[in-house]
Design a protein around this ligand. Structure first.
Ligand SMILES: C[S@@+](CC[C@H](N)C(=O)[O-])C[C@H]1O[C@@H](n2cnc3c(N)ncnc32)[C@H](O)[C@@H]1O
Ligand code: SF4
Length: 371
């Protein structure tokens, strides 16, 4: 049976954070009702129901911000329409401000087995700066509630490069580890045009630390987490053994996935689809884009996504797509200088990976390895 991964977009939040430009909106109940009805209809009409589901990811926006009845309806519909693999990973993103023990127990009953909390920081001043709705205490309670509800696969998002010291960042990570969090996603703050943070930054650049200081924060976090047994399996992601996000690994390996909901993207059999990011268009199935990837695009995606991960890129896969990366002169240069690691299978070159010490400048390395 062919495999598939499923992403469900929940585009609602209780308020907007100062830095965020994701497709997420503060909306009333009527729109939510209409949206979830459409989502269920979209799932029922899906063309790929003959595939076995490897993972489901409820992302947002904030899936935990909506009444659990909506998540229940989507999960029921997915289970009714698809066959799930026995060990399917099912993740839901939660904001610590909108969780409750009761809600988390319901998620667990639905078979959701992984929670990803948007913690960002465990420093109350930083949380205020980011316009988060929760305090450090709320985030700690949320993690404990998830454990009480029976979740052990818990991830926390942190943002690097906000107005806090390197010590604050390490302190947040330390507390998360002490709480038993198994996975950390640490994102470098992106100052996105149109956000309140962007406007504030235009008026005063010093509201966030310098780039060098942020790189130092990232480097310290890498050392801190890897010394404690976390595997740095992707530029921004760290996990204890067996707790890597299977869903996200699937994206980086270019597995097939379908996205349901507003602005959701899909990638099936080499074709990319994307739903509109406008509610009315989405309700009427308008402005769905479709793009068949060329061999060149597949090669580029394989390199760009694969080199973000510790798994790296298979030389044979690239060769099958028509690109002999071993003939790229930049590759030998990078290998000689220890920037790229060439893994061999016996005497045959098998995979290439970026030396994690160079993750911070991965973009400039990747560009030089494209055909
Ligand atoms: C969809 S949100 C997570 C769930 C929930 N909405 C929340 O914020 O708690 C995904 C994550 O993206 C990260 N993120 C969003 N905008 C970002 C930005 N401009 N820079 C860096 N990280 C960002 C945050 O760490 C956030 O937790
Ligand atoms: S970071 Fe999360 S809670 Fe904040 S606006 Fe973005 S999606 Fe919503």
């Amino acid at each position: 049976m062919k495999k598939i991964r499923i992403y469900v977009h929940v585009p609602f939040c209780e308020s907007k954070c100062s830095y965020c430009d994701f497709a997420s909106f503060v909306c009333g109940e009527d729109l939510k009702q209409k949206y979830f009805a459409k989502l269920v209809q979209e799932i029922c009409g899906c063309k790929y129901k003959d595939r076995e589901v490897q993972s489901v990811y409820f992302g947002g926006g904030t899936p935990s911000s909506v009444d659990e009845k909506y998540i229940i309806s989507v999960m029921k519909c997915l289970r009714h329409n698809f066959t799930f693999s026995n060990n399917a990973e099912i993740t839901i993103e939660c904001n610590p401000a909108s969780e409750s023990l009761d809600k988390l127990k319901k998620y667990r009953e639905l078979g959701i087995n992984r929670i990803s909390f948007g913690v960002q920081s465990l420093n109350d001043n930083t949380l205020k700066f980011l316009n988060r709705r929760h305090t450090k205490k709320d985030a700690v309670e949320a993690i404990k509630d998830a454990q009480k509800a029976g979740f052990e696969n818990i991830s926390a998002d942190l943002i690097i490069g906000v107005s806090e010291s390197q010590e604050d960042l390490i302190d947040s990570a330390k507390q998360l580890l002490n709480l038993g969090v198994k996975h950390i996603s640490a994102y470098m703050l992106q100052i996105e045009e149109g956000t309140p943070l962007y406007n504030a930054y235009q008026n005063n650049n010093s509201i966030v630390p310098s780039e060098d200081y942020c790189v130092g924060m990232y480097d310290r976090l890498v050392v801190f987490l890897t010394e404690r047994g976390f595997c740095h399996y992707e530029i921004s992601n760290f996990a204890l053994p067996c707790y890597q996000s299977q869903h996200n690994l699937g994206y980086w390996r270019l597995d097939d996935y379908i996205g349901f909901g507003l602005s959701a993207h899909s990638f099936v059999d080499g074709v990319r689809f994307a739903n509109s990011n406008n509610f009315n268009d989405y309700f009427e199935d308008k402005n769905i884009t479709r793009e068949v990837l060329t061999a060149q695009q597949k090669i580029e995606e394989k390199i760009m996504l694969g080199l973000r991960c510790q798994e790296g890129v298979s030389i044979k896969d690239l060769l099958n797509l028509g690109y002999d990366i071993m003939t790229n002169p930049n590759l030998s240069n990078f290998v000689e200088n220890g920037i790229i690691i060439l893994q061999k299978n016996g005497k045959t070159p098998d995979k290439i990976t970026i030396n994690p010490a160079y993750y911070g400048v991965s973009n400039s390395i990747i560009v030089k390895l494209l055909p």
